[in-house]
Design a protein around this ligand. Structure first.
Ligand code: GAR
Length: 225
């Protein structure tokens, strides 16, 4: 534990923030179970008690904490409590995985370039909520998902990986959402690995992918095949 298999390099210490089912968290847990994956999840924090995501973390022997926004008078003290838990677990990098609270500029600034999010659309299209309903209502032919560094504006920030997903005749928001979610589970671990290996560099607020294999990664659709 703590060292990337066979390399002697230290794993990136990550905290994951969730609010619900945690299927993206599960994808990250599964990736981290490989000794060669350069990340160690040190803590999972949920702002909602008794969610399935917490069970997933416990099953993987990852420490958990519930920090409910309802117990705090405003966003700042709520986020201060989250930061305290992250610090206790020596977290260096934060992943939002279905975390449904808007973060303050000050939290986002504190974690600048050390905070990533997954969003179920091809950003910058379809920011916000009820994405799949809106996608179907607009009649677009492709949607998808995005892993991006977080900036203060909602669903904004340098894009690391996207996957395109077709919108098919007869899709309901649930059917389309499930199709998109499958792609989310592929790209979130890929994006986190790139970041942990320092291969996703931000240059002029765009992500440049470094390394011999990675330029192709930026071009292909990770969910093909
Ligand atoms: C995922 O679709 C994720 O992209 C979305 O919430 C879902 C969480 O599912 N996040 C957002 O909409 C954030 N803006 P999960 O709990 O099963 O990972």
């Amino acid at each position: 534990m703590g060292v990337v298999g066979g390399t002697g390099r230290t794993k990136l210490k990550v905290g994951v923030l969730i609010s619900g089912g945690g299927t993206n968290l599960q994808a990250l847990i599964d990736a981290c179970s490989e000794n060669s994956f350069p990340v160690e999840i040190c803590v999972v924090i949920s702002n909602v008690a008794d969610v399935k995501g917490l069970e997933r973390a416990e099953k993987a022997n990852i420490p958990t904490a519930v920090v409910s926004h309802k117990d705090y008078n405003g966003r700042e003290p709520f986020e201060a409590a989250i930061n305290e838990v992250l610090a206790q677990h020596k977290v260096k990098f934060v992943c939002l995985a279905g975390f449904m609270r808007i973060l303050t500029d000050s939290f986002v600034r504190k974690w600048h370039d050390r905070l990533i999010n997954i969003h179920p659309s091809l950003l910058p299209a379809f920011k916000g909520l009820h994405i799949h309903e809106r996608v179907i209502d607009e009649g677009v032919r492709f949607t998808g998902c995005t892993v991006h560094f977080v900036r203060p504006a909602m669903d904004d920030g340098p894009i690391i990986i996207q996957a395109a997903v077709p919108v098919l005749p007869g899709d309901t928001p649930d059917i389309l959402g499930a199709r998109v979610l499958k792609s989310e589970h592929k790209i979130y671990p890929m994006a986190l690995k790139l970041v942990a290996e320092n291969k996703a560099r931000i240059v002029g607020e765009k992500v440049v992918l470094l390394g011999t294999e990675t330029p192709e990664l930026a071009l292909l659709n990770p969910c093909e095949g």
